[in-house]
Design a protein around this ligand. Structure first.
Ligand SMILES: [Zn+2]
Length: 81
């Protein structure tokens, strides 16, 4: 997925609430296990870096690129960035 398409997807996920706008609690980096990425829906394979982002009890797995795209586009309010 190219960057423009990815940004569009992230916008929609943020708008629908599927991706939280809040700052994540904890982020873990590991390698994927073939489960689909929360952002782009492509599988995160064993050769891909998987970011696992924790929001309370929820864990969202995504590619490194997808995480960075989301982190860039996440709305920031004063005091939470
Ligand atoms: Zn992805």
């Amino acid at each position: 997925m190219d960057r423009t398409a990815l940004q569009h997807v992230i916008e929609q996920l943020l708008a629908s609430g599927r991706l939280p706008a809040a700052r994540p609690g904890r982020v873990f980096a590991s390698y994927g296990n073939g489960a689909p990425c929360t952002v782009c829906s492509d599988r995160v394979g064993p050769n891909d870096v998987l970011y696992t982002v924790c929001f309370n009890a929820e864990k969202l797995g995504m590619h490194l690129d997808c995480f960075e795209g989301w982190d860039r586009m996440r709305p920031r309010s004063p005091g939470t960035a």
